[in-house]
Design a protein around this ligand. Structure first.
Ligand code: PGA
Length: 248
């Protein structure tokens, strides 16, 4: 695992955007694994800016998103379908038929999980997967205790995760209690992984990740089992004292 520390969120977003741009320029038919949440917003903004000035071509790119809330339609303002549309897909020349996100309104959720695994296995593996990290160490919506062998599945969201995401809803009651998420096994199937963390709130989780201890109670620690992971943090999310005391 490689760690890169940037001065601030802007630097982190620029670095992540450049990784995606290089990937797509190197292979125009790249498969990107994408995340939602606050952290990748700056990255998507930079991709859109770069696209507008005549840069990167996304017409042959495919994308596979990590997760979606159960019960929210594709047009619900807080659905991850809507998030991706508003922040990236409608702003670059990506073909919507090449973008994949689990359907949180599927009638048969177990079937939907299987369908999504088939997509990951046929379209994927992602050449480059972008990940955020929860304060409790979750990746995608794989909460503490998730099996490292898991594929796409339904999760019960922890109260702490619902509270962290409530800022985007009018009240915590409106935050769905379940989500569909790519499992940790599917995440580790990606060829290259970039985990982004910004701000003081992520400092503890990053400190724990960098101890190198692998534990299902801390889902992000599964990334130590992958050969090509880069963790990009800003100064606020990086605990120098802990991190520099650790050698692994
Ligand atoms: P955030 O979420 O980017 O909104 O902090 C990350 C996560 O919970 O995985």
């Amino acid at each position: 695992m490689k760690i890169i520390v940037k001065d601030n969120y802007k630097g982190l977003s620029r670095f992540a955007a450049e990784c995606i741009q290089k990937q797509v320029q190197y292979n125009p038919g790249s498969v990107l694994g994408l995340a939602t949440g606050s952290t990748p917003l700056g990255l998507y903004e930079r991709l859109v800016q770069d696209y507008k000035v005549g840069g990167t071509d996304y017409s042959k790119v495919s994308t596979i998103n990590l997760d979606e809330y159960v019960g929210l339609s594709k047009t619900h303002p807080q659905s991850y379908h809507m998030f991706m549309k508003e922040n990236l897909f409608s702003l670059v020349n990506i073909a919507s038929r090449n973008t994949y996100i689990p359907d949180g309104k599927a009638k048969h959720l177990e079937e939907e999980c299987k369908r999504y695994d088939r997509i990951i296995n046929t379209i994927g593996p992602p050449d480059l997967l972008i990940l955020g990290i929860g304060e409790n160490g979750h990746i995608g919506f794989n909460e503490p205790g998730s099996s490292f062998e898991g594929q796409t599945h339904i999760v019960e969201l922890k109260e702490s995760t619902r509270r962290a995401n409530a800022r985007l809803f009018s009240s915590i009651e409106e935050v769905p209690k379940q989500a569909i998420t790519m499992g940790i096994k599917s995440i580790l199937y990606s060829k290259k992984i970039l985990l982004l963390a910004s701000g003081e709130k992520k400092k503890e989780a990053i400190g724990q990740l960098l101890t190198g201890k692998i534990d299902e109670q801390f889902p992000a620690s599964a990334l130590h089992l992958h050969p090509n992971v880069t963790v990009v943090v800003d100064e606020l999310a990086y605990n120098r004292q802990i991190s520099e005391a650790i050698t692994y």
